[in-house]
Design a protein around this ligand. Sequence first.
Ligand SMILES: C[S@@+](CC[C@H](N)C(=O)[O-])C[C@H]1O[C@@H](n2cnc3c(N)ncnc32)[C@H](O)[C@@H]1O
Length: 285
Amino acid sequence: MHVQMAGLLDRISKHLAVSRIAHPPVDLRQIENQQQIAENLKNIQSAAMFNVFQCAEMYDLAYPGYEGDSDYYLEKGKAGDVLYLGVGTGRVFAPLARQNPKAVGVDSSSEMISLLWKKNPDINGQVLKADALSIDLGANKFDGVIAPYSFLQLFDKEDMGRLLTNVHKTLKLGGVFHTDTCSPFSFPFKKKGHEVSINAVSKGTRVAIYIIYDHIMQTMKELAVVSSGGEDKVLEMNLFYYFPHELSESLTNAGFVEVRITGDYKDEIFDPSEHEVVVFEARKS
Ligand SMILES: C[S@@+](CC[C@H](N)C(=O)[O-])C[C@H]1O[C@@H](n2cnc3c(N)ncnc32)[C@H](O)[C@@H]1O
């Protein structure tokens, strides 16, 4: 690919932007030219393709988190029995586990957990490799459960319902669940093709994230092309997207009350014209 793709990326890189789930998006560029779309997809398909959660080091490069999320979750998880779903490589979980020795985290990817352990050997005992959909953590165990960085977007509606029921069960009475999603209100619904954002991560390494939407199935495929040393690797992440009322309804169906929907971790009522991240808080009563 790689010469063609590099040329293409050079041209696009003038339009600096970041991916939807890398940060609140600024200046995402929409590619609508049919020829360019076909060329991009051909080039992407001919590069080596990996599941993003099996490439922990590259995940860290491509996905640095939503702006402001670390501080928010560190505050929410600072005390009590706290469960973190999808700890990843420990970006948020490692400082959280150090400040709260009662915090525990789960993740289903061996590769992500191995990197977390390698970087943070002092908190190894607080992390469990497990599938959040099937793990039985027991009833009434936690004061708080947190699922940062669009964790729920990894699941379709049915699995999300199962997950939320498990979360509800494992919370103590009065316990609180905190999570977030990217805001679908900033998606390019009336445009064809795909979005791209380009991020020069460090000298010589560049990440271009292409987002391909299916607005009937409410899915978004993120393809992160990591280019380094003349070689390209494509990391694939498949997400669903949800409108705030849909997630609110799923939380209510799982038994939660007092669902609160705010924006960008600012404790302001969510405003679709302003906020890029939807933040949810719900209580077990
Ligand atoms: C978007 S990443 C977020 C990682 C981390 N919270 C962060 O903010 O960087 C989602 C994480 O969830 C994990 N994951 C995906 N499906 C899971 C499941 N069914 N059970 C537990 N973890 C899962 C992935 O391996 C990945 O580490």
